[in-house]
Design a protein around this ligand. Structure first.
Ligand code: SF4
Length: 86
């Protein structure tokens, strides 16, 4: 299980600072990847990021709000610019 960032994200950045596993990443200036993303392979589902997000943009992947964004988060690390960040 992992937490998932949705398109409500406005890159406030608070989540990055509290993540104990450094699982949250973004790429500046890439319109194809406009939010922050969570690496599902390293997220330990602690929930710290969701509690800190000022926009309430982060959900447990079991939450229906996350469903449409689970693959996008994973793709960032396997097909997108996140390949170069981990
Ligand atoms: Fe990091 Fe915890 Fe959020 Fe996973 S749930 S991305 S480990 S802060």
């Amino acid at each position: 299980m992992a937490y998932v960032i949705t398109d409500i994200c406005e890159r406030a950045g608070a989540c990055v600072d509290v993540c104990p596993t450094d699982s949250i990443h973004a790429v500046e200036g890439d319109a194809n990847w406009p939010t922050y993303y969570i690496n599902p392979d390293t997220c330990i589902s602690c929930g710290a990021c969701a509690a800190e997000c000022p926009n309430e943009a982060i959900f447990d992947e079991a939450d229906p709000e996350a469903a449409a964004f689970i693959q996008k988060n994973a793709d960032f690390y396997t097909k997108g610019p996140g390949k170069n960040l981990i």
